[in-house]
Design a binder for this molecule. Structure first.
Ligand code: NAD
Ligand code: ZN
Length: 350
């Protein structure tokens, strides 16, 4: 690494609507079990845009400036003492949420649920829209030569889907309903098909998103309109698939979708809740109980990055590319809902 670099250009969120490109200090040399990384590119997530526009998500409140970004592809520039599985020049993606490793939740293996987790771009922790950052080596993963940097940056959101499909036990022959065809829903379609799902039906309120869903492997799509009655929708989904879905993966956060998930999933089937909606939702819960519908939460991921890296071709999801100095334009594009996956190239192409 060049010793001359003292300033570390970063996209820093100061407060609502105040995102600035400014120079932050270079990180110190990596400590034991750390690698120093030079960021290549970063995808924008809905949560980055939400912090920019609202300054909080739930209890996570922005009360001091942080660097945004957590969907990251980077290159190793220095390895800390004791790190043996990386060398300078390795291209990597990073698992952004690093747990304490010590609490009972971590020790029982549910490290994604650790109460002391620190996650990139979740206040008060800074993210990766910065030229250089240190990261624990065991939460860093090499990406293969044939994978582009942009695909490397999409491994993180893809992993949300890999974990959801694992929670749901999507396997060969299953029928799957995915509600919501934003990036997370689209990744779930790709993963469900890659894991052998026989039929995937996808809902959205946006026709463009449903076209995209088809282009990445959905077998059927159902457009939701305000006028559609729930019961009719359930019937339509059953008719489309020839049976009610074994599995529903809720990826919109819309209360009506969560209701649909419970109603449409077959008896003994599984609903996985990935979307984040309002804290209180009215649900047809008694019917789900007597039909033994399993309802599972799904938060981020655990132990899934290695599988994600080997799974699917992600290129079709990139809708926009911006240079680092166009970061604000990138966020405005994301805010207007114009894109699917928007990539910021922190390091310019050679
Ligand atoms: P997004 O907003 O881009 O996509 C949501 C999609 O749902 C949009 O295409 C929208 O048109 C559609 N939608 C809205 N109302 C609908 C309805 N009634 N029926 C069907 N579709 C409807 O968001 P995203 O980035 O794809 O993320 C999806 C959800 O997953 C969000 O709630 C996000 O907060 C959540 N999320 C959860 C995790 C996790 O770890 N559990 C991780 C990342 C994102
Ligand atoms: Zn812990």
């Amino acid at each position: 690494m060049s010793a001359k670099i003292v300033n570390n250009l970063s996209a820093v969120l100061h407060k609502v609507d105040d995102l600035r490109l400014e120079e932050w200090p270079m990180p110190a040399s990596p400590q034991s079990n750390q690698v120093l990384l030079r960021t290549k590119c970063v995808g924008i997530c809905g949560s980055d845009v939400h912090y920019w526009k609202h300054g909080r998500i739930g209890n996570f409140l922005l009360d001091e400036p942080i660097i945004l970004g957590h969907e990251t592809c980077a290159e190793v520039v220095e390895v800390g003492p004791g790190v043996t599985n990386f060398k300078v020049g390795d291209r990597v993606c990073t698992e952004p949420a690093v747990p304490c490793r010590l609490c009972s939740t971590c020790k029982e293996g549910y490290y994604n649920l650790c109460a002391n987790i620190s996650c990139h771009a979740t206040p008060p922790h800074s993210g990766t829209l910065t030229q250089y950052f240190n990261h624990p080596a065991d939460y860093t993963f090499k990406i293969p030569e044939q994978m582009t940097d942009e695909e490397g940056a999409m491994i993180e959101p893809l992993t949300v889907a890999v974990y959801a499909c694992r929670r749901a036990q999507v396997t060969v022959g299953k029928t799957v309903l995915i509600t919501g065809a934003g990036p997370i829903g689209l990744f779930n379609i790709m993963v469900a098909k890659a894991l052998g799902a026989e039929q995937v039906v996808v809902t959205d309120i946006n026709e463009k998103r449903l076209k995209l869903a088809q282009s990445v492997g959905a077998d059927h799509t159902v457009l939701i309109t305000k006028a559609t009655e729930e019961d009719k929708l359930v019937t339509e989904i059953g008719q489309t698939l020839g049976q009610m879905p074994d599995i529903t993966i809720e990826c919109s956060g819309a209360p009506s979708s969560t209701r649909l998930a419970l109603m449409a999933t077959r008896e003994g089937g599984t609903v996985v809740l990935v979307g984040h909606g309002p804290s209180n939702v009215s649900l047809p819960i008694a019917d789900a109980a007597i039909r033994e519908v399993n309802i599972l939460g799904s938060f981020r991921y655990r132990n899934c990055f290695p599988l994600s890296i080997s799974l699917v071709n992600l290129k079709p999801l990139i809708s926009h590319r911006f240079s680092f100095d166009q970061t604000l334009d990138a966020f405005n594009t994301a805010f207007k809902g114009e894109g699917v996956k928007i990539i910021i190239k922190v390091e310019p192409d050679n």
